[in-house]
Design a protein around this ligand. Structure first.
Ligand code: PA5
Length: 372
C-alpha cells in the first residue's frame, strides 16, 4: 500500500476531480490558495509604499502586535523572525487588553483584516490611551475608520477575502512596519520574501489542483490525515508558529479538530500524555513540522524528534512534513503554504466548503448584540 493511501477515505478520488472540488468550494478557497504568491507580490508593493510614507519611524523599546485568528498568525510569523533577526522584544497579543507594560515606548501594530474584531478594537483603544506609537493593518472597517480619524498610520490591504486567505496581506505589512522601526537581519526582512517568491510560485503549481494525487504532497498529506485527529508538532522556532497555523487551517477550512504543540516544551509534559494513549490514540496522526536544516543547525531537536517517535511508537500514525527551500524565508513560507493547501484538500475530503465559518459568524453576531 502506498504511504499516503488511506482506507478511511473513499472520497480520495475527489482530489483529482476538478469539477467536484469546484462544486464544494463555493467561494473559491482553492483559487485563493493557488494565488498566494501573487498576493505576496502585491502585498510587498503595498507594504513598501506604506512604510516609505511613515515619517521618521523611531526605534521602540518593545513591540506588541495585536490581533486574533487569521489576523494574528502573520504577527506570530513576524515575531518569530524578529526573535532571530532583531534586538527588540516582540510579542503577539490575542485579547481585549494589552499587557500592562505598554507605554509611549511601545510600538503597537493592530492587525484586523475586517477591521471589526472587537478584541482588536478594544486593544487599539487601550494602546491609544497608553500613548503607544501605533500602526494598523486592515482592509477597512471600524479599525480603519478610527485610525484614520486618530491620525494613526493605516496600511490598507485589499478586502473581500477570508482573513486566513489573506496571510500575505497581513504578514508582509506587519513585518515591513516592524522592519521600518527595528531593522531586522536581511534573512528575516521583507527583502527575503521577494527572493522566496519563485519557490512559492513553483509550489503553487506542484500543490495546486492540476497536480495529481500521485505527485502532489498537499493532497497526499490531506489524505493521510483524513479520518484522524492531527496533532501538529512544530520542531522549534517558526515551526511552532506554523503548527498553530496548520491547526487553525484544519479547524477553519476542514471543520475538523486538530491540536498543536511545540518542541522542546512538548518533551517536558505532553510526552507523558502518550502513556494513556494506547486506545485513545487509534485515530490520531502526529505530523512533525520540520526544517531540513534541523539536523545540522539544531541536532538536539532532531534527536528529540527521534526519541519522541519511539515513545509514541505505534500509538498513533506518525509522519514528517518538511519545509522546502534553502533560505529561512523560503522554508517558513513553503511550510505555511503546504498546510494551507492540505487543509483545503482536507475540506474536500470531508465534503465541506472550506470558506464557510458559520460558528465564528454566529459568535460575532451574538456578541455584537451583547451590551457592554
Ligand atoms: O479566519 C478567520 O476568519 C478568523 O480567524 C478571523 O481572522 C478572526 O475572527 C479575526 O477577524 P479579523 O481577521 O477580521 O480581525
Amino acid at each position: 500500500m502506498s504511504l499516503y493511501r488511506n482506507p478511511r477515505a473513499p472520497m480520495a478520488g475527489i482530489l483529482d476531480d476538478i469539477e467536484a472540488m469546484r462544486i464544494i468550494d463555493r467561494s473559491g478557497m482553492l483559487r485563493l490558495t493557488e494565488e498566494f504568491p501573487q498576493q505576496c507580490r502585491e502585498a510587498l508593493e503595498i507594504a513598501t509604499a506604506f512604510t516609505a510614507r511613515l515619517s521618521a519611524p523611531q526605534r521602540p523599546a518593545n513591540v506588541v502586535i495585536t490581533g486574533l485568528g487569521g489576523s494574528a498568525i502573520g504577527g506570530d510569523m513576524a515575531a518569530s523572525l524578529a526573535a532571530i533577526g532583531g534586538d527588540v522584544p516582540v510579542i503577539v497579543n490575542r485579547d481585549y487588553s494589552l499587557p500592562g507594560f505598554v507605554g509611549p515606548n511601545t510600538l503597537v501594530i493592530a492587525s484586523s483584516y475586517s477591521g471589526n474584531t472587537e478584541e482588536t478594537l478594544s486593544a487599539y483603544a487601550q494602546a491609544r490611551s497608553a500613548g503607544c506609537r501605533m500602526a494598523c493593518v486592515t482592509s477597512g472597517g471600524e479599525l480603519g475608520r478610527m485610525a484614520e480619524a486618530d491620525g494613526v498610520p493605516v496600511c490598507r490591504v485589499p478586502g473581500g477575502r477570508p482573513p486566513r486567505a489573506s496571510t500575505g496581506f497581513l504578514f508582509i505589512p506587519t513585518l515591513s512596519i516592524l522592519h521600518a522601526h527595528v531593522p531586522l537581519a536581511k534573512s528575516c526582512s521583507p527583502g527575503a520574501i521577494s527572493l522566496a517568491l519563485p519557490l512559492l510560485e513553483a509550489c503553487s503549481v506542484k500543490w495546486g489542483r492540476n497536480a495529481p494525487l500521485d505527485e502532489n504532497a498537499a493532497k497526499q498529506t490531506a489524505l493521510r490525515l483524513h479520518g484522524r485527529i492531527p496533532i501538529f508538532y512544530g520542531t522549534q522556532g517558526y515551526r511552532g508558529v506554523l503548527a498553530t497555523r496548520w491547526k487553525g487551517q484544519f479547524n477553519e477550512n476542514a471543520k475538523a479538530h486538530a491540536f498543536a504543540y511545540v518542541l522542546p516544551e512538548q518533551n517536558h509534559n505532553e510526552i507523558l500524555g502518550w502513556d494513556q494513549a494506547l486506545t485513545q490514540a487509534q485515530n490520531w496522526s502526529v505530523a512533525y513540522l520540520r526544517d531540513p536544516q534541523e539536523t545540522d543547525e539544531t541536532p538536539r531537536i532532531a534527536k528529540r524528534v527521534d526519541v519522541l517517535k519511539t515513545v509514541i511508537g505505534n500509538r498513533a500514525d506518525q509522519m514528517d512534513i518538511w519545509a522546502e527551500g534553502s533560505t529561512l524565508m523560503e522554508r517558513m513560507l513553503s511550510l505555511l503554504y503546504l498546510g494551507d493547501f492540505a487543509s483545503v484538500y482536507a475540506a474536500f475530503l470531508n465534503g465541506v466548503d472550506p470558506t464557510a465559518i458559520a460558528g465564528i459568524d454566529l459568535l460575532k453576531a451574538e456578541l455584537s448584540q451583547f451590551p457592554g
